[in-house]
Design a protein around this ligand. Structure first.
Ligand code: FES
Ligand SMILES: [Fe+2]
Length: 364
């Protein structure tokens, strides 16, 4: 998950960002679709759009002004010889999917089937209608930790009770123990508690995604320190809907209450560095300073993010030396983490087999 559809409100709106070390551009076309390209000119590879949000009728490379339309087709390349065929130099597309107001990107040639995830997320997020949102705030944290440590930390709440006092005003203390992991090393089965069920009565936990509605503490309606709503113009009038949490491997989770959506994404930038991007979405009619206070809006998750950064960096320091020996997970307290690790090992093994051309690679 790279962001929200609301970040690209009109034709020509774009978002230039990076996935790991790969710059990409997401563009809203004239037909209203969101498409994505590698942000690398087909001439000599220069980055076409500088990072951030913008709007342009065409995409013009700043180097020699090769010019592309919003669909990525090369429109103009000056002083090329007569045999040059511009149709062969469209921007390289990346896979983009939008669902329920969220944008997903995959750089893989073999992205997994998105259909089942869409089928479950759309109705689960239906009442929140995040398409009607606007980006209220975003922040990037450059963390000194390997991305797997960052993600392991993001996939468990074993540490929450002690390390996230703000978040634990919102969620019940048992949240770190649920859902209970009961599978074997390959089954990844979970038995959720009743109050974690989504509105269709199911918790969905699949190989590369999970969807579940989390309860709040009694009297709590949003991610606020006092439990009160954060935004006067919410996405839905429904109250007491808790927070829908949806997450996709290998790098993301998001939460949506009745009045704010929050997303977290972690991308590796080096062996011991990770870029964490966090975004907050509110209803597009909500006015900062009138309908919401920005400091209060971001406080709980911003504090949580910074606490998690400190935990991941501390974890990195601890595993760096020769003295590190891994211990077992708590199956009760770290169930999603087991899921993440198994996903990672399967994916890494598939890759090793693919590049080595053998199925007999030993896995330690
Ligand atoms: S690298 Fe883009 S026009 Fe030359
Ligand atoms: Fe945490």
């Amino acid at each position: 998950m790279i962001g929200f559809e609301a970040e690209l409100p009109e034709a020509g709106s774009y978002l230039a960002t990076e996935i790991g070390q790969s710059p990409v551009i997401l563009v809203r076309t004239k037909s209203g679709a969101i498409v994505g390209f590698h942000n690398s000119c087909r001439h000599r590879g220069a980055q076409i759009c500088v990072a951030g949000h913008g709007r342009a009728p065409r995409l013009v490379c700043p180097y020699h002004q090769w010019t592309y339309d919003l669909e990525g087709r090369l429109l103009k390349a000056a002083r090329m010889d007569q045999t040059f065929e511009p149709q062969n130099y469209s921007l390289r597309a990346v896979r983009v999917q939008t669902v329920a107001g969220c944008i997903y990107v995959s750089l893989s040639e073999e992205a997994p089937d998105f259909g089942p995830f869409r089928e479950k997320l759309e109705p689960a997020l239906g009442s929140q209608n995040l398409v009607e949102g606007k980006l209220a705030y975003s922040i990037v944290l450059e963390e000194n930790a390997n991305w797997k440590l960052v993600m392991e930390n993001a996939r468990e709440c074993y540490h929450c009770l002690v390390r996230h006092p703000e978040l634990m005003r919102v969620f019940p203390r048992e949240i770190g123990d649920l859902p209970t992991y009961v599978g074997d090393q390959t089954g990844c089965e979970f038995v959720p508690d009743q109050h974690l069920l989504d509105q269709s009565g199911r918790v969905e936990i699949q190989e590369w995604w999970q969807i579940a509605r989390f309860p709040f503490n009694p009297g709590v309606e949003s991610f606020s320190m006092d439990g009160h709503p954060l935004v006067k113009k919410p996405f839905t009038a429904e109250r007491s809907i808790g927070s829908l949490r949806w997450a996709s491997e290998p790098n993301n989770f998001a939460h949506a209450t009745r009045d704010v959506a929050f997303m977290f994404a972690a991308h590796p930038t080096g062996p011991t560095t990770t870029r964490v991007t966090a975004k907050w979405l509110v209803h597009k009619d909500a006015v900062e300073g009138v309908d919401y206070d920005l400091d209060k809006l971001i406080y709980v998750w911003d504090q949580t993010n910074r606490q998690d950064r400190d935990l991941a960096e501390n974890n990195q320091r601890g595993v760096t030396g020769f003295g590190y020996q891994p211990g077992p997970y708590s199956k009760a307290g770290e169930p999603y983490l087991v899921n993440f690790t198994e996903w990672y090992c399967r994916t890494a093994l598939d890759y090793i087999k693919q590049v080595s051309g053998t199925s007999a690679m030993p896995l330690i």
